[in-house]
Design a protein around this ligand. Structure first.
Ligand code: NAP
Length: 299
């Protein structure tokens, strides 16, 4: 009998990821806090809706979770009516949320005690990557479990990399989020300086693109900067959560992350200003506030 895939968390990312698995012919058991979202997907066929994470675990051989942060993953996995209450021996739990590597290690140890195993497999590529099945997936855990989950990763993503043991996937995702946030902040400083000194933002980006300063982040976000279009995308509040994970991981391992801490504080300020639901390219507006200058189109 084909393996049944449990899926918990049908948000911006989880919904299209689960949909792609259904379309690839997998049989899914769904749970979502807001039940209607699970029912919508199940109505298209190829999936059934469970009443609790526990029921998902009872009916599945592999379980994927896609939830906001560590507390929600802990609640769904180890809380009352959670996955651990129904998990079977030999089940593989694949947490694709971005959470703390330390929490991941604790949950993986508990899974092992129950005869199950766990991979941490956070993603990058955002909503478009989830919809198109082109996510980049960073995986921590055993080689054997990675190979077992690889056919599913190949449906949801275009590049799944086994980066090391349990927790390593989350560590690499934290590294990824540091580079993305700090690059957006650096490009923002460049655009505000250029603009206030009289150089058009399009010209700054055009020139930087051909130099060592060019980057994938700048290319991906340039239109949002030019158009001052800060609709998400990836929300400030989620990136703030991710820098919190990076800073806590730095503290755990005795690594100073000075510039990450500064950008973390900028994100905190943006949340306080009511911009937490804006795209992370809105870091630009924090630099604009400091300079008392708005980067206008063509100015
Ligand atoms: P989201 O749209 O906010 O979805 C979160 C999901 O978790 C929803 O299904 C929500 O259920 C469920 N949930 C929240 N709290 C819960 C709880 N206490 N118990 C049970 N279910 C709960 O988030 P997302 O954008 O899909 O992000 C998911 C993860 O992917 C995050 O870790 C994020 O950092 C990461 N990520 C996101 C992006 C992106 O561009 N969005 C990119 C890369 C990685 P309801 O439907 O009831 O609200």
């Amino acid at each position: 009998m084909a393996a049944r895939i449990g899926f918990v968390g049908l948000g911006i990312m989880g919904q299209p990821m689960a949909q792609n698995l259904v379309e690839a012919g997998h049989e899914l058991v769904l749970y979502n806090r807001t039940r209607e979202k699970a029912e919508e997907l199940a109505n298209e066929g190829g999936a059934e809706v469970a009443d609790s994470p526990k029921e998902v675990a009872e009916k599945s051989d592999v379980i994927i979770t896609m939830l906001p942060d560590s507390p929600q993953v802990e609640e769904v996995v180890a809380g009352e009516g959670g996955l651990f209450e129904g998990i079977k021996e030999g089940t593989l739990l694949v947490d694709m949320s971005t959470i703390s590597p330390m929490v991941t290690e604790e949950l993986a140890a508990e899974a092992k005690e129950r005869g199950a195993s766990m991979l941490d497999a956070p993603v990058s590529g955002g909503q478009p990557g989830a919809e198109e099945g082109t996510l980049s997936i960073m995986v921590g855990g055993s080689e054997e479990d990675f190979e077992r989950a690889k056919p599913l990763f190949d449906v949801m993503g275009s590049a799944a990399t086994h980066v090391g043991p349990t927790g390593a996937g989350q560590v690499v995702k934290a590294c990824n989020q540091i580079v993305v946030a700090l690059t957006i902040e650096a490009v923002s400083e460049a655009l505000v300086l250029g603009s206030k000194a009289g150089v058009k933002p399009e010209k700054v980006v055009e020139a930087l693109s051909g130099s060592l300063a060019g980057s994938a982040v700048m290319e991906a976000k340039k239109e949002k900067f030019f158009d001052r279009d800060f609709d998400p995308g990836f929300r400030i509040e989620l990136h703030h959560k991710d820098l919190g994970i990076a800073l806590a991981t730095g503290r755990e391992y005795g690594v100073s992350l000075p510039v990450t801490a500064i950008v973390d504080q900028m994100l905190e300020a943006l949340k306080a200003k009511g911009r937490g639901d804006r795209d992370h390219s809105a870091i630009l507006t924090q630099i604009e506030d400091l300079a008392q200058h708005e980067v206008g189109k063509g100015s």
